[in-house]
Design a protein around this ligand. Sequence first.
Ligand code: CTP
Ligand code: CA
Length: 228
Amino acid sequence: HAPGALDGFAAGQRWLVTAGGTREPLDPVRFIGNRSSGRQGVEVALAAAARGAEVTLVAVNVEAAVLDPVRARVHVVHASTTAELEEAVAVETPSHDVVVMAAAVSDYRLAEVSDEKLRKENSDGTLTLTLVETNDILAGLVQHRTDDQIIVGFAAETPGEMTLTERATAKRERKGCDLLAANEVGWDKGFESADNHLIVVDEHGVVADVEGSKRDTAEALVTAILAR
Ligand code: CTP
Ligand code: CA
């Protein structure tokens, strides 16, 4: 970011950032997961720390290569499943001023987790899994927020027949969070790629629209949160 202007602006604030992607186990060796590396959330945590915030990062299956370099600057808490993430967020949220839900949270979990490895020996050639919806952690945050907390949602979208802005606007309204950041993803976009397109919306419209590295987009999001 441009040095000077907002340095130290977050001093005295406590930020909670979730990063990575949840895993829902099928059995002791398998899970349903997603492609989120946690890099975007980690960059948001670093950008907030650089502005003077005290940052807690809930790392959800973030690999060591991404996490280890930031351990000196943020306090790290670990979670793997949606239920563990929900618990960590519930414990940490009351002591934080800003919550950024950058983690990719599974919408479903297995109705039953097998203690034994699932075997295909008695299979008829297909496997049917019963999934049930997880709790919406962000919705819970919005419901129980205090007046001076800022709650920020994240969305990875394949825009399709709507624009990214239209999807972000609709999702922010549905979720009830103060700000919603949306980035475009696809088979070859958003995950392992260096170029990202992120927009941030509030109740009045688009407050940031950036293309660049995950660091650039994180800086823009943190600036938008501080401006609020
Ligand atoms: N989220 C959450 N708990 C869930 C699912 C999502 O807290 N069980 C949060 C994510 O961390 C993110 C925001 O909600 O900050 C938006 O997630 P997203 O998956 O885009 O929204 P959904 O309401 O699940 O809608 P969709 O059907 O598009 O997946
Ligand atoms: Ca979802």
